[in-house]
Ligand binder design. Structure first.
Ligand SMILES: C[S@@+](CC[C@H](N)C(=O)[O-])C[C@H]1O[C@@H](n2cnc3c(N)ncnc32)[C@H](O)[C@@H]1O
Length: 142
């Protein structure tokens, strides 16, 4: 965990296969809050023709027409660059070192990425893009 007012050591780099990626720029302890997934919030129905690969589901209401997504294309943060695991292979699933969780903060739903184990300096950060839905195609992921 980080002390109040501190933030985890992160670095954005470029990988020829994954594009922009995020790596630990120092040791990160289990349970550390890595980042909130931020961006503009919109109804999913307004983004159905959006070719962005960065949309994050914020709310899953019973009425699907009210589903909300976070869209980091115009306003976002480092969270949008974090890689996803390949859900289809054991090797892919072993790479996961973050979990994506939803918290109620002062009555608002927020998406947070949290370390699920100690992460060594230089390790790339990965979470499961399909933790809640099974819609994100990851068969081709490294
Ligand atoms: C949320 S974005 C992550 C940031 C992205 N790498 C970029 O440069 O903007 C998701 C996209 O990153 C790439 N990506 C993420 N994880 C990957 C992986 N394990 N293997 C290959 N590509 C990956 C895919 O192109 C995917 O559609």
């Amino acid at each position: 965990m980080c002390a109040r007012g501190e933030w985890p050591p992160l670095m954005v780099t470029y990988d020829p296969k994954e594009g922009f990626v995020v790596e630990a720029d120092g040791h990160i302890k289990d349970m550390t809050l890595i980042a909130e997934y931020t961006g503009d919030v919109d109804y999913m129905r307004n983004r159905l023709n959006d070719d962005s690969d960065n949309l994050m589901v914020l709310l899953f209401p019973h009425d699907a027409s009210k589903e909300l997504v976070i869209c980091p294309d115009k306003r976002g943060n480092i969270a949008r660059f974090i890689s996803g695991i390949n859900n289809h292979t054991l090797e892919g699933r072993k790479k996961q070192n973050l979990r994506c969780v939803r918290y109620n903060i002062n009555g608002q739903s927020r998406v947070l990425l949290v370390a699920i184990r100690d992460i060594a300096k230089g390790e790339r950060l990965y979470y499961d893009y399909n933790a809640y839905h099974k819609e994100y195609p990851t068969q081709h992921f490294v």
